[in-house]
Ligand binder design. Structure first.
Ligand SMILES: Cc1cc2nc3c(=O)[nH]c(=O)nc-3n(C[C@H](O)[C@H](O)[C@H](O)COP(=O)(O)OP(=O)(O)OC[C@H]3O[C@@H](n4cnc5c(N)ncnc54)[C@H](O)[C@@H]3O)c2cc1C
Ligand code: FES
Length: 257
């Protein structure tokens, strides 16, 4: 489905991150994304940070289009198509969620849905600094155990969130690990989970144009991230030479992460 909808609410989540809410009736599952078209600008993929009837995207400023999206006020018109891609399997009884920065945007609705069906959720949230921690209150509200890490030590453990997730994997039994964030971080999380004998799943990002498996813009090894992902088993990701190392620009040029 595709539709032009009006932004119903704008929430400044952190200094660099904004959530836009809008009514969009199509059913969506946690982990899926939409293609968001900003009239007069570009169309870019965005994970759904809210998947109910009132949907939401949570956008971090990276370049001109994300800055434009953040500037939209309630009432602004946006084009939405989708939802696309696969979703997290909500079956694990004890799940560890490891989010780097805005990665919490895709993991929060999955964790919420898992908690609703009885999963015990532990969330390791990382950010550069305390004010950039995303959805800490939302994870606490769903009843999750929450552990924090910041690069500058302003809140929680000082250093990368992988330090926190490694300690949790050493001390607690989990049935699955879900991760989203910088690929270098996800690569470490997946490898640590494998050593602990826990299956891990990562949500990955690539440039997308069609979102239909036709244009090849989102190629990652043998996969099209738009239809085979964005959620992949860790065992499918870590053998790929480009995972955590290279990505493609919109022109198709391969550049280091
Ligand atoms: C399935 C999927 C889901 C996504 N979900 C979200 C989401 O929930 N929230 C969100 O904010 N973004 C999300 N993105 C990323 C988003 O689509 C855009 O890539 C991002 O907003 C930057 O677009 P831009 O045009 O503003 O910047 P561009 O002009 O494309 O990029 C500006 C600069 O930022 C760099 N850059 C772009 N994207 C990234 C990135 N992801 N990580 C690191 N550097 C980057 C570029 O290399 C460039 O140097 C998702 C992408 C995919 C494929
Ligand atoms: S975005 Fe076109 S194939 Fe995935």
């Amino acid at each position: 489905m595709r539709e032009v909808v009006a932004v119903s609410e704008r929430v400044q989540e952190t200094p660099s991150t904004v959530t836009l809410r809008f009514a969009y009736p199509d059913e969506a599952r946690p982990g899926q994304f939409v293609m968001l078209w900003i009239p007069g600008d570009d169309e870019i993929p965005m994970s759904l940070s809210y998947v109910g009837r009132s949907k939401g995207v949570t956008v971090k400023v990276m370049g001109s289009t994300s800055r434009h999206i953040q500037s939209l006020a309630p009432g602004a018109q946006i084009g939405v198509r989708g939802p696309y891609g696969n979703a997290f399997d909500l079956a694990p009884r004890r799940v560890l969620v490891v989010a780097g920065g805005s990665g919490a945007a895709v993991l929060a609705p999955a964790a919420e849905a898992a908690a609703r069906v009885g999963s015990e959720v532990t969330a390791a949230l990382g950010a550069t600094t305390g004010s950039e921690l995303l959805f800490e209150a939302r994870f606490r509200q769903m009843g999750a155990r929450v552990e924090l890490a910041t690069d500058d030590g302003s809140i929680g453990a000082r250093g990368f969130v992988t330090g926190v997730s490694d300690s949790l994997l050493a001390s607690t039994i989990f049935d699955a690990v879900w991760t989203c964030g910088p690929e270098v971080m996800m690569d470490k999380v997946i490898r640590s989970a494998r050593r602990a004998g826990v299956p891990a799943y990562g949500s990955v990002e690539r440039v997308m144009k069609c979102a239909l498996g036709m244009c090849d813009a989102c190629a990652l090894g043998p996969y099209h991230v738009c239809v085979d992902g964005p959620v992949f088993p860790g065992d499918a990701l870590t053998p790929l030479p480009e995972f955590g190392r290279f990505k493609r620009e919109p022109s198709g040029r391969v550049v280091p992460h």
